[in-house]
Design a binder for this molecule. Sequence first.
Ligand code: UN1
Length: 513
Amino acid sequence: STDFGIKEALQQLGLKDINEGTSTGSINFGSGDLIASYSPTDGKLIGKVSTTTKEDYEKVITTATEAFKSFRAMPAPQRGEIVRQFGNKLRELKEPLGKLVSYEMGKSLQEGYGEVQEMIDICDFAVGLSRQLNGQTIPSERPGHVMREQWHSLGVVGIISAFNFPVAVWAWNTALAWVCGDVCIWKGSEKAPLCSVACQNIIAEVLKDNNLPEGISCIINGDYKVGEFMTTDHRIPLISATGSTRMGRIIGATVAERFGKSLLELGGNNAIIITPTADLKVVVPGAVFGAVGTCGQRCTSTRRLIIHESVYDKVRDAIVGAYGQLTIGNPLDEKNHIGPLIDKDSVNTYLAAIEKAKAEGGNVLVEGGVLEGEGYESGCYVKPAIIEAENSFEIVQHETFAPILYLMKYSGEVENAIAVQNGVAQGLSSAIMTNEMKEAEKFLSFAGSDCGIANVNIGTSGAEIGGAFGGEKETGGGRESGSDAWKVYMRRQTNTVNYSDELPLAQGIKFDL
Ligand code: UN1
């Protein structure tokens, strides 16, 4: 059948009111208007989800705030046990959830599974972390005193995520937040609402099995106005938001206004520097997967190749040649490399960007365009394009969430390429392809890449969960996932305890009475 097992996947995920891929069934998670979710793969209606009204939201935040009081009192390793069970459920449901991600969002099935794997990985990481939320002891300058640092649970964490990683980004945040003793309210993208409902069903079952309050994990649905319920709410000490720089600018300012914390993961404009010693066997798959994977809709997608003039023609021809091998079509069909863009608005943005690049003097090496005919009925399938361009073009300076790759040349030393790589407003991911140790180390030095992620001989996308993920400049500065990113989900407290019979003051100050 051409259903690719979607009907069964929806059932396994507890999306019960939805009968099949074309159903109009709706799921009630609020009392507001329904949002319809159409699949970009075949244009069909998958289902509808109700949106959250202000009244619904009040109930959610009250439930979450109440749940926090008991959850923070639970020992962290026991909270880790809940996350372990959640990770196990994800292992069981990897196939249906990966399929839903692929069907609702349009990324290839392999990438859909990969996204669920990232969820599983972060759960494992969080379980270990639940026994390592360590503070430190600090030597006091005063006799008979000790100083230490403790990490306490923060409260209700608001998570706002984008359509492109409709399940993993939530998991990176929520798995860490839970072991830290926080409770979470998640607004997923209104472009992939069923993914949020599926995830919520999975965790709700785990919480129920453990007799824990449902307020530990809440979802709210709708557009940016629903997000504003959280960003303006002083009961939410931390907002973690993933999306465009435009969105982040508004959220960051709104949250700062009330002295809340925000963790922002915004736009990227990621480049790979290709030096004279680069190995083509590594360059080609790295650059091509980076540029066309997820149809160019990762914040880590490769947007620019900065190629040394001495190898420019060879690299250009190899990349253009590889584009000729790409198959575009239903992402659930594993023979296809590339699925559709998320919707027709996105197709229009893609087309406009190509026109803009041409108007600014870009030279098209691989033509883009919208695919038509059998299998492409949704109108969301596009051809990945390659354009020779200048870094100074306005369109090149801008992140277009689509498979458009800009090629540019550099001459002389690697410093020149680094200047081009850094010469954009965004600072998420970057890479250098080289076999010269000095070039690689320069790229990674303080004078090298200004991005949060800097790689050698791998591409810009596909980061592992073990590292801190995020970027500088207009990317927003937040770090989530691995390393010590957990600290943002907790509040730090410095304690000084006096066990002597005197009260010496710090800095040697005398205050005799
Ligand atoms: C995103 O695009 O929002 O590094 C995140 C990667 C993935 C995460 C991307 N692990 O491409």
